[in-house]
Design a protein around this ligand. Structure first.
Ligand SMILES: Nc1ncnc2c1ncn2[C@@H]1O[C@H](COP(=O)(O)OP(=O)(O)OP(=O)(O)O)[C@@H](O)[C@H]1O
Length: 704
């Protein structure tokens, strides 16, 4: 994309480099400089007799790092679409990993001349079809690309929902392939939020590796206020697969996944990118067994030599490294390696190895398993929260004992990755060379991994199983998702997030007329939830009526005071400066998800579900009753992501606030009664979402 200027191709014979398809007119062969992400590339173009532009790379090495072929085909249906008039033509990657150049108007290419081309400016980007709010605030992220048109996609199911996105399965008509469209939510009037979203795009464009999800394009239009990221479609995620009843991965299979994870991580790290949210649900897996790291929403560029401060509020709690929990603002690849260690342990044991409910408890669990940090480490690291979090009693490292049933080479690798001192965790490339991968049994070939049924079928089966076990939590309709109480938080989150539309009983998703009526895509399924900021900078989450929905039912703002749970953690003196460590000692237990109104459910049903839930949580705190006729539930967040108030709208539009602690502080978390533990697990899951929201907001402030 972004073929900007050109020079006459006197040096190269176009014939030998051109795509074999179509005839071309040698007289109009030009050399163009194009940009793709940060890279400038030179391509050789020829206008074909049918008016199409054929373009190919002059020097394949220039694109070699992108893993692309040296041959480019035109994309777009001649005479129908993708005709640009503004000095740029689009290069994307087509389904065969070849460069595609969208059709350009010859006039737009300018007079052929020698020399380096200027980068396309904001005006050029707008003329190429980008909305001005994007070109003005995130020019870098879209540089060299042209937007894809929504009309060339057919939206299918909603397959996922993240803190800042809805993800849809869709069919790309132009390229004849299934894709995933991630609709990112942000406020175009808030430059921070646009820049934050742009960072995810920039990072994704910087990366090109078989084990990293590929950003294939962006969908928007001149007057659009929304943006879709186009990704290759992935059938599964690791947490989902690992949670299929009856599935137990064999060692070569685990090694195969982990090897791919390290390869992807190695690529990220070598390109100066920290992922900062490695967990099973962000490791997507296709039908050929290929694992790809996804969700770069919390990722960041890093330079080990630079002194730039990073936020420590990253990584989902269970996978968060101790230095982050202790408030580190200078850290590196080791945070991703810690998360990987947790995943390896989880794949072997079949359950999360460090399932903390709060940040303090997370640290406590880490110290209990990995040993308390040495005095030397405390002294050297000078981490901000060290002085307030120091274990009274010193824990001995007991990893080897805990994992005694695992193969020795796996324990060895976990030992390294779960080193308290980040400097001892090594690197992804080092891990790939350890004996774990070199001794028998070796990692199997991804193509030999079992083929799993589509996610929806798996979900349906799990729902059936859960129903049979009577583990229904707050659901009333046969077709609605049911999460087993002991489900992995990642899994339940993804199941809860997925497909909140009504089903026709055959597992097919039905959309309301209202949804289908919204234009843009060939078939539309609407996004029912919106998060945006009000004039005061508060985040508002709003959901509208008339769409069938299921999902978490109870709203409540709650603060869990973990201090009392942690009898072994001390040095929180009576007059400790709590605000200073509040991020550490308290954590919120509700998520935007909880606070949404699921409008398809009848009001009656909502009330029933609410009261059932209320009973379950009776001992856990106060919660105001939901109003029977509420229309919209809103949550207001401060710009930092802190939830200010949560309320539902009463029949006359009055606000009914919902609040109260949801978790009981206990003297000993390990001896929680089962039922309460179950509730806590549930809220820990929801807390993941909330933490994510909070983390992203913190990023906006600190890192954009
Ligand atoms: N390429 C893809 N193919 C299939 N499903 C996908 C794809 N990308 C994302 N998903 C699904 O959508 C969900 C949300 O996507 P993603 O994690 O990128 O969004 P997010 O808003 O960043 O979420 P989070 O709140 O976890 O950060 C994923 O958990 C996954 O289930």
């Amino acid at each position: 994309m972004g073929c900007i200027s050109s020079k006459e191709n006197k040096l190269h014979s176009p014939k030998e480099r051109l795509s074999s398809r179509g005839n071309y007119d040698r007289r109009v062969a030009h050399v163009y400089s194009c940009s793709r992400g940060d890279e400038e590339v030179r391509v050789n173009s020829n206008k074909l007799e049918n008016g199409d532009l054929k373009v190919m790379l002059i020097d394949k090495k220039e694109f070699g790092s992108c893993g692309l072929d040296d041959h480019i085909e035109t994309d777009g249906i001649p005479g129908q679409d993708d005709k640009r008039t503004a000095g740029s033509c689009g290069i994307g990657v087509n389904s065969h990993s070849k460069l595609t150049v969208e059709k350009c108007d010859e006039g737009s290419l300018g007079h052929p001349s020698w020399g380096r081309v200027p980068k396309s400016g904001e005006a050029g980007q707008v003329a190429a079809g980008w909305p001005s709010w994007l070109a003005s605030q995130a020019s870098e992220a879209i540089r060299g690309w042209v937007p894809r048109q929504a009309a060339t996609f057919k939206k299918l199911d909603r397959i996922g929902q993240g803190t800042y996105s809805n993800v849809y399965k869709a069919y790309d008509v132009t390229r004849d392939k299934t894709v995933a469209l991630k609709k990112v939510r942000f406020d175009i009037n808030d430059s921070e939020s646009v820049k934050f979203m742009a960072r995810e795009i920039l990072i994704l464009r910087r990366l090109d590796h078989p084990n990293i999800i590929k950003l294939e394009g962006l969908i928007t239009s001149e007057n659009s206020h929304s943006l879709y990221l186009v990704f290759e479609y992935m059938e599964h995620d690791l947490t989902g697969l690992a949670s299929i009843p009856g599935i137990k991965f064999k060692e070569p299979q685990i090694k195969c996944y982990i090897q791919q994870l390290f390869s992807g991580l190695d690529h990220c790290h070598s390109r100066g990118v920290l992922h900062r949210d490695i967990k099973g649900s962000n490791l997507l897996i296709d039908n050929n067994g290929i694992l790809k790291i996804a969700d770069f929403g919390l990722a960041s560029f890093f330079d080990p030599k630079s002194n730039t401060q990073l936020t420590s509020r990253v990584v989902t709690l269970w996978y968060r490294a101790p230095e982050l929990l202790l408030g580190a603002s200078h850290y590196g690849v080791a945070v991703d390696l810690w998360s990987t260690g947790c995943i390896i342990g989880e794949l072997y044991t079949g359950k999360p190895i460090l399932p903390g409910r709060t940040e303090v408890e997370q640290l406590h669990k880490i110290f209990k398993l990995c040993g308390s940090p040495s005095e030397d480490y405390w002294r050297r690291s000078k981490l901000p929260h060290m002085s307030v979090i120091k274990t009274q009693r010193s824990y001995r490292r007991c990893l080897a004992e805990t994992f005694r049933d695992l193969p020795a080479s796996a324990v060895g690798l976990i030992e390294t990755l779960l080193s308290i001192d980040p400097a001892q965790r090594g690197t992804a490339s080092f891990a790939l060379r350890t004996e774990y991968f070199t001794i028998e049994p070796r990692a199997c070939d991804p193509s030999t991994l079992p083929k799993y049924p589509p996610r929806r079928e798996i979900d349906a089966k799990m729902q059936d199983d859960a129903r049979r076990q009577g583990a229904v939590v707050g659901r009333t309709k046969e077709s609605e998702a049911v999460i087993p109480s002991n489900a992995h938080p990642d899994l339940s989150t993804s199941v809860q997030r997925r497909d909140r539309h009504s089903s026709n009983g055959r597992g097919e998703i039905l959309y309301s007329k209202k949804e289908q009526a919204v234009s843009g895509f060939l078939d539309y399924c609407s996004n029912q939830t919106q998060a945006f900021r009000d004039g005061k900078g508060h985040y508002l989450v709003q959901q509208h009526k008339n769409v069938s929905h299921s999902g978490p039912l109870i709203s409540g703002t709650g603060w869990t005071n973990a201090g009392k749970n942690m009898d072994n953690l001390h040095q929180v003196p009576a007059r400790t400066n709590l605000p200073k460590v509040s991020g550490l000692l308290t954590s919120r237990t509700s998520s935007p998800e909880e606070h949404r109104h699921y409008p398809g459910s009848s009001d009656q049903k909502l009330v029933k579900q609410a009261s059932r839930f209320h009973n379950l949580l009776n001992e856990a705190g106060s919660m105001r009753k939901q109003d029977q006729n509420h229309q919209i539930r809103r949550m207001a967040y401060s710009p930092s992501g802190q939830m200010r108030k949560s309320y539902v709208r009463g029949p006359r539009g009055n606000k009914i606030y919902v609040s109260g602690p949801l978790l009981y502080p206990s003297n000993n978390g390990d001896q929680m009664p089962q039922e309460r533990d179950r509730q806590i697990q549930k809220y820990a899951r929801q807390q993941h979402d909330q933490t994510k929201l909070e983390m992203r907001n913190t990023h906006r402030k600190q890192e954009t």
